[in-house]
Design a binder for this molecule. Structure first.
Ligand SMILES: *[C@@H]1O[C@H](CO)[C@@H](O)[C@H](O)[C@H]1NC(C)=O
Ligand SMILES: *[C@@H]1O[C@H](CO)[C@@H](O)[C@H](O)[C@H]1NC(C)=O
Ligand SMILES: *[C@@H]1O[C@H](CO)[C@@H](O)[C@H](O)[C@H]1NC(C)=O
Length: 775
């Protein structure tokens, strides 16, 4: 067993060594996974053992240093090691794998109403607003003085809580209260990294849980912020701000710094959050490239450990859309959330000299433009199509409105570049890549953002007119059915699942465009150095914003159903999600203007009140995840990092999983290949409705080129039989398929109804050249 694992890991490591051989003498940080059963009994603790492992390594040119010892999320430690020390460590039979530390990046008043919450019925009243559920938010820290973290009306800190409020010069003991019950900071991995911003580390960012960036305060207040009356950003989005689970408790774990969010720090925070007793982990952080295989992905590994402890891990899918397979945080035990719009607009029209009006969006709050028309120029004719700071030619831009193209730098930075060059205003236009997706920003110059079609028309107008002009008119906050919502943001990362295509990802979408929530007092709403404004609330966009919405919902569901596992909570959210926008049409993809599909929106948009009472759930035991990993072809060494609990050792042998497709997932992803035209999946559903004798009938919507047969087609539950099994046969009726809107992909659904509940699972089908998994 150990031998096998060694050779496997060693080859991985050699690949890594050769790719980084340039830093010959350099110490690098690694996460080292060890088999806890190898700990000699003479060591009183794992940490002692880990330290001793490091002391046994060659000590020149300098001794290896321990960053963190992990014992819950995973077993192992992180350390700064030289290449020689790493090589020696790998020869130790206790060592499973050595993975280089990596940096990840950070990827919300009206959303409760949009989600259908009400005080008198549904999920809020059936969960007491999540009281006593503890949400661990792993992010940029927290601004503790924010009114969203007021503890008024909350009872004592739950007795199960074992965490701490780590105090510091700018984080006094009073920072925590009965709402913010814990706060910690993790930076050892960051400090040892090449991006260690040591010079600014104390000035600009605080080595405490204090949020000097804004992101963490925003996500924490979205998930579990208290009720704040009359919240707004410069009067935009004015109303009552509240988190999804407004009585849940928050524990802030600061893991993101100006140089990024390091795996070693994330792992330490997960390890600690498990020990502290959180119930939900909200992580709006991920890699920016394609997802790595699960056994090499620290977030997937840590999330597995947390799931094993009964914690729901809710993560953002990433902002790398609209490309295919861009979703990250896609392990089957993670709740993966994409981003969509709500029925609220911050409208600002661009009006060109030829009398055309283009609907745009903006959070500009300063002096408005004069009503008269102003000269209009295209950035591409003024030195910088993307409007980079310092690249616009002032003599061409001064006093004019500049049309800038989206892409490259931050949107607010483009506005700042126009301002610095003396421009009077900006029209920010999408290119084909972001289509018609509009995200509002609090620009420093009068500015609005328009879609790709409007952008093309305005560019044409500038080209064809002798003296093009424009103005911008700001209309404030508009709530209503036009444009329809929800729609999927172009930036929202998409499936198919890059690692295990047989698992449909993302799972669901939730509000992630133009979301109002709490902000840090340290930087302005644009996060730009030249922005002197300070705001209590800010409006920003990203899957980072949609993730904490779902983390809050998970907290509410956990409170409403104390006996539900993380998988059951996910199942409830997935099978009750909807895929029709408020116009009655299928949810649109803002990247293309066409109907979205399950590789883009998963099961669809979350519906909290329905998730409260889903009827049936697809539950998954942790052992089944292990069996899944075996079934998709992970060899034993690859799996070892997940297997720290000895009770999981035999999961692969004892599992009922015939194939990976049998994992009891609440959605279906089917892959046909050149030699595979029939696929069978088994599922088990558990009756969680109030009627123990419920009888469910199946309803199938088959993709055009697939026949779906469900057997049995009727499930009769009883007191003795609360769990029933069924089998689905998917048959491709054309080889190659591919008449859907995306070549090689088609979509359908399987739903069970008992007259009261609709338990709907999306079906996504792909025809691939080879049906062989990538392992
Ligand atoms: C990182 O920053 C800390 C604190 O300023 C400093 O002590 C440390 O030596 C730095 N490490 C590296 C590798 O630059
Ligand atoms: C609500 O907030 C706005 C903007 O901050 C402020 O101008 C207004 O006076 C406030 N209204 C109330 C009733 O507090
Ligand atoms: C800026 O534009 C003016 C007017 O066309 C031109 O004379 C000047 O050379 C440009 N400056 C740069 C740096 O390109």
């Amino acid at each position: 067993m150990a031998k096998l694992s060694l050779s496997f890991v060693f080859s991985l490591f050699l690949c890594f060594l050769s790719s980084s051989s340039s830093s010959s003498e350099g110490f690098e940080s690694y996460i080292v996974h060890v088999q806890r059963s190898h700990k000699p009994s003479l060591f009183s603790s794992h940490k002692h053992w880990h330290n001793s492992l490091l002391r046994s390594l060659p000590s020149s040119p300098k001794p290896a240093t321990l960053l963190y010892s992990y014992s819950r999320a995973v077993h192992g430690f992180s350390a700064q090691l030289s290449p020689i020390q790493t090589a020696v460590l790998l020869r130790n039979p206790a060592v499973i794998s050595v993975i280089p530390d990596q940096a990840r990046e950070i990827h919300t008043t009206h959303t409760p109403a949009f989600l259908g919450f009400s005080d008198n019925s549904g999920l809020w009243s059936n969960s007491d607003y999540g009281e006593d559920v503890i949400v661990g938010v792993l992010d940029t820290g927290i601004w503790p003085e924010h009114p969203s973290f007021s503890d008024s009306g909350l009872g004592p800190i739950p007795s199960t809580w074992k965490g701490e409020c780590e105090i510091g010069p700018d984080f006094p003991a009073e920072s925590c209260n009965r709402k913010l019950i814990g706060a910690r900071a993790f930076y050892r991995g960051y400090l040892t990294s090449k991006k260690n911003a040591s010079s600014t580390h104390t000035a600009k960012e605080s080595r405490s849980p204090r949020d000097t960036e804004g992101h963490g305060t925003h996500t924490a207040s979205t998930a579990a912020g208290s009720v704040v009356a009359n919240a707004s950003l410069f009067h935009y989005a004015q109303g009552i701000a509240r988190g999804m689970a407004s009585k849940a408790r928050i524990a802030a774990y600061k893991i993101c710094w100006t140089g990024g969010c390091y795996d070693s720090d994330i792992m330490a925070a997960m390890d600690q959050a498990i020990a502290d007793g959180v119930h939900v982990i909200s992580l709006s952080v991920g890699s920016s490239g394609f997802a790595s295989e699960y056994h090499m992905d620290s977030i997937a590994i840590g999330a597995f450990g947390a799931t094993r402890h009964g914690i729901v891990v809710s993560c953002s899918a990433g902002n790398s859309g609209p490309g295919s397979e861009t979703a990250t945080n896609i392990a089957p035990w993670i709740l993966t959330v994409g981003a969509s719009t709500v029925d609220r607009e911050f409208s600002a029209n661009a009006i060109t000299g030829d009398g055309k009006v283009f609907t745009g969006t903006s959070l500009y709050a300063g002096e408005p433009l004069p009503n008269s028309q102003i000269s209009l120029v295209y950035s591409g004719d003024c030195g910088s199509r993307l409007c980079y700071s310092g690249k616009l030619n002032s003599s061409l831009v001064e006093g004019k409105i500049v049309l800038c193209d989206r892409g490259g730098n931050a949107r607010v930075e483009k506005g700042s570049a126009v301002k610095l060059a003396g421009g009077a205003g900006m029209i920010l236009a999408n290119t084909a890549e972001s289509g018609e997706e509009l995200t509002a920003d609090s620009h420093l110059v009068p500015a609005t953002m328009v879609g790709a079609k409007a952008g093309d028309q305005i560019r044409d107008y500038i080209k064809s007119s002798e003296s093009p002009t424009a103005t911008i008119s700001f209309l404030g906050t508009l709530i209503g059915p036009s444009p329809p919502s929800p729609r999927v943001a172009a930036f929202s990362s998409r499936g198919p699942n890059h690692v295990t295509p047989i698992i449909l990802k993302p799972d669901v979408i939730a509000p992630g465009v133009n979301i109002l929530a709490g902000w840090t007092g340290m930087v302005g709403p644009t996060d730009l150095d030249i922005d002197p404004r300070r705001v209590q609330f800010n409006i920003i966009s990203g899957t980072s914003m949609s993730c904490p919405h779902v983390s809050g919902l998970a907290a509410l569901l956990r409170k409403a159903h104390l006996d539900w596992s993380p998988a059951a909570i996910k199942s409830a959210l997935v099978t009750t999600a909807y895929d029709i926008e408020n116009s009655g049409e299928p949810i649109e993809d803002l990247a293309t203007g066409k109907s979205s599909n399950s590789f883009i929106h998963g099961a669809g948009h979350v519906d909290p009140n329905k998730a409260l009472n889903p009827g049936l759930v697809y539950d998954i035991d942790v052992k089944e995840y292990v069996a899944f990993l075996c079934a998709v072809g992970y060899s034993f060494p690859g799996i070892l990092v997940f297997l720290q609990d000895p009770s999981l050792y035999d999961a692969c042998e004892t599992s009922k999983l015939r194939t990976a497709g049998d994992l009891n997932y609440p959605s279906f992803s089917v892959i046909f290949g050149s030699t595979v035209d029939v696929v069978k999946y088994k599922r088990v559903v558990k009756n969680v409705g109030s009627n123990v004798d419920a009888v469910y009938q199946v309803g199938v919507k088959s993709p055009v080129n697939v026949e779906i047969d469900v057997s049995p087609s009727k499930l009769e539950f009883s007191k003795e039989k609360s769990e029933l099994e069924y089998e689905v046969t998917f048959k491709s009726v054309v080889l190659g398929g591919g008449v859907g809107s995306v070549p090689g992909q088609e979509f359908g659904s399987i739903q069970w109804t008992d007259g009261e509940h609709v338990v709907k699972s999306p079906v996504a089908v792909q025809w691939r050249q080879s049906s062989v998994q990538s392992f």
